[in-house]
Design a protein. Structure first.
Length: 340
């Protein structure tokens, strides 16, 4: 089978490796599609994602969909369409019973945060634990289901911040996570939805997922004291500073975009002067199931996907995903049945 390995900075190999055999509690999945995430781009272009350095060949990918290939326990038939919850969770700790994604000792598909690294989904077949499997409802294609994981990230940010019904919502950054956060905000009842970016391509895609207004912040300042809720998806220091000013007094800000592991310069005066609530968010827990339900109810979320390339075009897929002016979500098609 084919598998994509990142071996270091701008060092990618498409290798032929044996098809893996499942062990106890495992299921073999035939992978249809894998989305390229910002963390995958960091691993390829920089050899590291924040403080997580590629120290051995790493199969990237945690945004995936596919079919059951082999279930030794016979619960699921071959060909059953699925997606995954890409995390395993560390042992429970007192006070963290409902915070599985924050417990120490967990792992995530396609991550160099563990040693050995946790290999990801950009291979024709992968082995996963049974409890990671999520069956797809009828009518949800595996192509669209590759959006479940990044949509769950946006949903977790919304769940952390509270009810959006009728609210004036600002989404800062219209890359794939921002687009999916905007889509989720619209589905969750946002009264008025504004999306920002520094490029026109992402802003046009934001209109397609339901934005009432788009603002190119390279050319125009955000209005101050104007938004009930901010979903900050860029982690760009200048954007964060502008968002704190744009939130109304007692407004709520969800920090969905991930900062690097180094100091950043953000203007924080508005945080205290307006008594803002600024909430950090990290991945998700059960929102993966909410994301599947939302996609089933509103399949037009597939508009976020702009490119699908074959596994033998993996280098081109990474290049396309890096070009945020031209691309939204970029998928790599792994199996013969997946259409590029």
């Amino acid at each position: 089978m084919k598998a994509v390995y990142i071996k270091g900075k701008q060092d990618l190999e498409i290798a032929e490796v044996p098809v893996p055999e499942p062990g106890p509690g495992q299921v073999r999945v035939a992978v249809d599609y894998v989305g390229i995430c910002g963390s995958d781009l960091h691993y390829y272009y920089h050899g590291a994602n924040g403080t997580f350095v590629v120290r051995e060949p790493l199969i990237p990918g945690h945004e995936m969909s596919g079919h059951i290939d082999l279930d030794p326990e016979g619960e699921w038939q071959p060909g059953t369409p699925i997606t995954l919850h890409p995390a395993t969770f560390g042992p429970d700790q007192p006070g963290m019973e409902n915070l599985r994604h924050l417990r120490p000792g967990g792992s995530y598909l396609g991550s160099a945060s563990t040693w050995p690294h946790t290999q990801g989904a950009m291979a024709e077949y992968i082995l996963v634990n049974r409890d990671m499997i999520r069956l797809l409802p009828e009518g949800v294609s595996t192509r669209t289901a590759a959006l479940v994981e990044p949509l769950a990230v946006g949903l977790h940010g919304i769940n952390m911040i509270g009810d959006l019904t009728g609210a004036r919502v600002l989404v800062s950054g219209s890359g794939p996570i921002g687009l999916l956060a905007a889509f989720a905000a619209r589905q969750r009842g946002a009264g008025h939805l504004t999306c920002t970016d520094v490029l026109d391509g992402p802003l046009e895609r934001a209109r397609q997922v339901g934005a009432d207004e788009v603002i190119n912040v390279a050319n125009e300042q955000l209005p101050e004291n104007s938004y009930d809720i901010v979903l900050e998806c860029s982690a760009a220091p200048a954007a964060v500073s502008a968002c704190l000013k744009a939130a109304r007094p007692r407004g709520r800000v969800a920090q969905i975009g991930m900062f690097p592991g180094t100091p950043v310069s953000v203007e924080l005066a508005a945080l205290s002067q307006k008594e803002l609530t600024w909430v950090g968010t990290f991945r998700f827990d059960n929102e993966v199931d909410e994301a599947i339900e939302m996609i089933a109810a509103a399949p037009d979320v597939a508009k976020v996907i702009t490119h699908v390339l074959r596994v033998d075009q993996a280098l081109d897929a990474f290049s396309a995903a890096k070009d945020s002016q031209a691309s939204g979500k970029v998928l790599v098609a792994l199996s013969g049945g997946a259409q590029a």
